[in-house]
Design a protein around this ligand. Structure first.
Ligand code: FE2
Ligand code: FE2
Length: 141
């Protein structure tokens, strides 16, 4: 798939709309946002080892997701790349710390993070930084 492909698939759009997340109009980015949203949803009710497995899956997903966006920013010489990538890096640092604790059996920190902080951060990040990136990329494509 080309990084400039813009057609969002219907399945991703359905997930985003069901969770009041904006559909930005970029196939790869919208699919990543749908996947992150679904993982967060599943984490809400997960317990014990299932929670740890899902939390690791979310961490792996976010690493790949942010890397794809960072690559896109580099490719398009995106002017706000530093600020946007720094936001990704900060969250990946939090995720890595909570993952390490969760893998050692201390899951309450990760649980609090995915219930109290991450959904709000993701919603804001998507509707501001990612939306601005997609507007820029789609204008230049
Ligand atoms: Fe994103
Ligand atoms: Fe982003």
């Amino acid at each position: 798939m080309s990084v400039t492909e813009t057609a969002t698939d219907a399945a991703a759009a359905d997930v985003l709309e069901a969770h009041n997340q904006p559909v930005l109009g970029h196939a790869i980015i919208d699919r990543d946002h749908a996947e992150a949203t679904e993982l967060l949803e599943r984490l809400k009710t997960a317990e014990g080892s299932e929670f740890v497995t899902l939390f690791c899956e979310l961490d792996d997903h976010l690493n790949a997701h942010f890397k794809r966006e960072n690559t896109l920013m580099t490719l398009f010489s995106y002017p706000q790349q530093d600020e946007h990538s720094a936001d990704h890096t900060r969250v990946l640092g939090d995720m890595a710390r909570f993952r390490q604790r969760a893998e050692q059996g201390r899951i309450r920190f990760a649980k609090a993070y995915v219930s109290d902080q991450l959904p709000g951060w993701l919603g804001l990040h998507i509707s501001t930084m990612d939306a601005a990136l997609v507007r820029y990329v789609n204008e230049k494509s």
